[in-house]
Structures are given as structure tokens and as C-alpha cells.
Design a binder for this molecule. Structure first.
Ligand code: SAH
Ligand code: SF4
Length: 457
């Protein structure tokens, strides 16, 4: 900060707490700006989109504000800020231009940890009653498949081993484009065939299959899928695509169908349960993690008990658990049945305790296994330990006595020797041969058999 001329705060407004952090940070930046001449401050992201000009009015130390569709304008806004011009840009872009971002600075090319995110769609049209995302990120828009595949190829060519496809409801990829194309085909017979390639969008499963073929790609993930957009092809992809990791983050929010309906999630608890069964039939060792909200308006003890029961039944490997936070302009604000903070807090803690025990159980079951790890760097636990993630997206902290420890971004084998509720503990047991195909899971075996098969292979 001492050396910087320009600071940009990127913001989240998914919950009230995240929004308030911005205000306290901006207070501190007032002093920073006053310490030297020629300093500028910008605010980006969802709070910027939500507040726009109001932020400039409220914080005189702030030079510019840009929303979720205006990243392309940063260079020009920053230049204006240094000339003393204050500006706010928050208009929504519905064109493909928004995906066309300036290239990264060469020093940032190729994440040393060997992982990268690729945006495949943006925005959200689901309007879950608690959620501010549809208003901060705008309408759902999917990126052309050719662009996605080209970016993925370039990333893999630059040494990236793991790609995560990104979208608010990532598996809804292309749905509006396909619907429009179908409607057009109905209107003018044969028009679907005549569609320009940039107007057509394949299914999400089709997109995964194309990316999975990129030579050198070791791991493919996607986040966040919505339960209602899993079709047969996507479920089958988990059995068929070897590089597709055996982990899905599948937000549940609540185990009570009554609450799910009030949340406008468009599925019941039973439908979620069936989806999990189908996914596990397709990929028996699949690790499933989730998001849960407690204290949603009208949530009774009985509703909460259903959440506890479903969490136990699905046995999530991990979950993010949130207390409901009322957000401006969302439908849930007009629901009655406010849950007191004391009750919400007690539910949060009970669910966290349950999840901790499920996570520990899942981790303990893996002691003795040899896991494939993508190395990230020094462990947060400190000491000489390194850290990385396994295909199930679990953090593995491991020690090595080798003189030259594995570099970030390399794929190695680690023997799991211990488990905590947060991570697995391991010992480095060798490199994964880069020419080897990624680990193959034999279908139809029990999870334990599969794991033995993986270890012995
Ligand atoms: N698009 C994803 C979720 C994105 S938001 C999906 O539909 O699954 C990430 C998580 O934040 C949500 O899954 C939800 O659990 C939580 N969240 C969103 N709005 C919230 C609110 N108002 N209060 C508490 N948690 C919220
Ligand atoms: Fe928010 Fe996800 Fe619902 Fe969209 S699908 S409104 S991002 S919770």
C-alpha cells in the first residue's frame, strides 16, 4: 500500500456483513489517500453495482466506482481519477463484449499453482427469494463455446493443469440461446441449421466433453451448479469423463420442502435426494459439498430438523452454512416469520457441529489412501509443510524430507496418514507421471474397492 498510487476494493454484497466491511475499509483508506499526493481509490463489484453514485456522494475519498459489467472501463476511469475526475459506471451490458477482457499482465500469466477459472456464463435469472445476485449481476448470459474452448486451450498450453468452469448457475449454460434458437427454428423451418456458430450454444455436458479433450488437462471442475439443471448427459459425464473431478458443490440451502418453496429454489427436498442418488450411481466415489441457510423467515424447528436429517443422509463432505441475511430488493424481505438471531445462531452452531463430524468421518475413511495432489504452496499450518488439493477438492497438508520439494502446480502422490475436520495430513510419496492418464475409477465397485484399486494402480 505504501508504494501504490491506485487501490481498488473489490466487493461482495451477498450478505450484509460483506457489505459493511467495505464501509470500514473505506474509512481507513481516507487516511492512506491523505498521506501522499496523486493517490486514487476505486470500488468494484457487487456493492458498487448496487450503490453506484451513492457511494461517491457518501465517501469523498472515493474517486471511481464500477459495477459488475464495467471492468473494461477501469483503465479509462483510473486515468480520469488521476486528473481529478470522479465517475461511476454501473450500466448493464447484455453483449458478448463483457467477456472480452484486457489480457492479464504478463507477470500474472499462468497461475503458479496450476489452476485457473474460466467464465462460461454470467448473471442469474433464478431470483431465489433471499438472493441479491440477480440484481447485482444482471441477466443470465452465456459465452460462445468457441471462446471458452480457446481460452481453456491457451491456459493449458501455458501450464495450467486444472480448470474450473465458472457461472452463477453454471449448468444452465446456453439455455436461453437454445430456447431462442428453437423458437426461431419453429418460426422459419430450417433456421436452426443456418445459425451462425457464435449464436449457437451446446449443452453444458457437451461443453464439458469438448474441454475434457484438451491434451494436457489433468482436472476439470465446475461451480456452482443448480440442482434443477442436471440432465442425463451431465450426470453421465461424471462416469465418462476421466478428467472431471469426483466432486460437486451442490447448494441445498434447506432440507425442508416448505422452506425451499419459500426460497423459490424450484425443487423439493425429495428431488434433491433423488439427484444425489443418480449422481452417486454415475460416480460412486463422488464427494458432495453444499451451501445451507439457517434462520430463513418462517423456518420452524421442524423445518430445521429436516435440514439436519437430510444433511446426515446425504453425508456432505463439507458445507458452507450461513445465517439468513435480509438483502435489499429481494422477495424474502416481505415474508413473515422472522427468526430471532438467538435461534438462528443456535441452529448455525448445531448444523456446524453436525457437519464437522461428517467431514471428520469422511476424512478419517481416507487414511491409508494414496491421493493425487495438485500442489499449491506452503501450508497455512506453517512449519515445513506444503499444501494442495486432491480430486475431491479436499485440502491435503503434507510433509516432505526431499531436498527439492515439489513445485506449486505439480501433480504428486501423497500418502494420507491422518485426518482433521479441516484437512487431510499426508506424506509425499512421489510424482505423478505426467504422461499417465489421470486416475481411472472402475465403475460398479464399492467405494472402498475403488479406492483400493486407485491405490494399487
Ligand atoms: N448460485 C449459487 C449460489 C451463489 S450465492 C446457487 O444458486 O447455488 C452463494 C451462497 O450464499 C448461496 O448458496 C447461499 O447459501 C448464500 N446466500 C445467498 N444469499 C444469502 C442471504 N441473503 N443470506 C444468507 N446466505 C445467502
Ligand atoms: Fe442467487 Fe444462486 Fe438463486 Fe441465482 S440461483 S438467485 S445466484 S442463489
Amino acid at each position: 500500500m505504501d508504494d501504490a498510487d491506485l487501490l481498488i476494493l473489490n466487493t461482495c454484497s451477498i450478505r450484509d456483513k460483506a457489505e459493511h466491511r467495505l464501509y470500514s475499509e473505506l474509512g481507513k483508506l481516507r487516511e492512506w489517500k491523505a498521506l501522499a499526493r496523486g493517490r486514487a481509490v476505486g470500488v468494484a463489484g457487487c456493492v458498487a453495482q448496487q450503490q453506484g453514485d451513492a457511494l461517491l456522494r457518501r465517501f469523498p475519498q472515493l474517486d471511481f466506482v464500477y459495477g459488475t459489467h464495467n471492468l473494461r472501463r477501469v483503465p479509462e476511469m483510473a486515468a480520469a481519477a488521476f486528473r481529478g475526475v470522479r465517475d461511476s459506471q454501473t450500466e448493464e451490458s447484455r453483449s458478448q463484449e463483457r467477456f472480452d477482457l484486457p489480457s492479464r499482465h504478463p507477470s500474472l500469466e499462468g497461475d503458479p499453482a496450476g489452476r485457473a477459472f474460466v467464465t462460461v456464463m454470467e448473471g442469474c435469472d433464478m431470483f431465489c427469494s433471499f438472493c441479491i445476485v440477480p440484481s447485482t449481476r444482471g441477466r443470465e448470459i452465456s459465452r460462445a463455446g468457441a471462446e471458452i474452448v480457446a481460452e481453456s486451450r491457451n491456459l493449458v498450453a501455458s501450464g495450467i493443469r486444472e480448470l474450473t468452469l465458472l457461472g452463477q448457475t453454471v449448468n444452465a449454460y446456453g439455455r436461453h440461446d437454445r430456447r431462442r434458437a428453437d423458437a426461431r427454428a419453429e418460426r422459419e423451418a430450417g433456421a436452426a441449421l443456418a445459425l451462425a456458430p457464435e449464436d449457437s450454444r451446446e449443452s453444458f455436458a457437451g461443453l464439458l466433453a469438448r474441454i475434457a479433450k484438451i491434451p494436457g488437462l489433468a482436472r476439470l471442475r465446475y461451480i456452482s451448479p443448480h440442482p434443477i439443471f442436471f440432465d442425463e448427459d451431465l450426470i453421465r459425464a461424471h462416469a465418462e469423463l476421466e478428467v472431471l473431478c469426483p466432486h460437486i458443490h451442490l447448494p441445498l440451502q434447506s432440507g425442508s420442502s416448505r422452506t425451499l418453496e419459500r426460497m423459490r429454489r424450484r425443487h423439493t427436498a425429495g428431488e434433491y435426494r433423488q439427484l444425489v442418488e443418480r449422481l452417486r450411481e454415475s460416480r460412486p466415489d463422488l464427494a458432495i459439498t453444499t451451501d445451507l441457510i439457517v434462520g430463513f423467515p418462517g423456518e420452524t424447528d421442524a423445518d430445521f430438523a429436516e435440514t439436519l436429517a437430510l444433511v446426515r443422509e446425504v453425508s456432505f463432505t463439507d458445507s458452507f452454512i450461513f445465517k439468513y441475511s435480509p438483502r435489499p430488493g429481494t422477495a424474502a424481505r416481505s415474508l413473515d416469520g422472522e427468526v430471532s438471531d438467538a435461534v438462528a445462531q443456535a441452529r448455525l452452531e448445531e448444523l456446524q457441529d453436525l457437519q464437522r463430524s461428517l467431514t471428520l468421518q469422511a476424512h478419517r475413511a481416507r487414511v491409508g489412501e494414496v491421493a493425487e495432489i495438485l500442489v499449491e504452496g506452503p501450508s497455512r499450518r506453517g512449519g515445513a509443510q506444503l499444501s494442495g488439493r486432491d480430486p475431491f477438492h479436499r485440502i491435503v497438508n503434507f510433509s516432505t524430507e526431499a531436498e527439492s520439494p515439489p513445485a506449486p502446480g505439480s501433480l504428486i502422490r501423497v500418502e494420507i496418514v491422518d485426518a482433521t475436520p479441516h484437512s487431510l495430513i499426508g506424506v509425499w510419496s512421489g510424482a505423478v507421471d505426467d504422461d499417465r492418464p489421470p486416475r481411472i475409477v472402475k465403475m460398479g465397485a464399492s467405494i472402498a474397492d475403488e479406492r483400493r484399486a486407485v491405490i494399487s494402480s
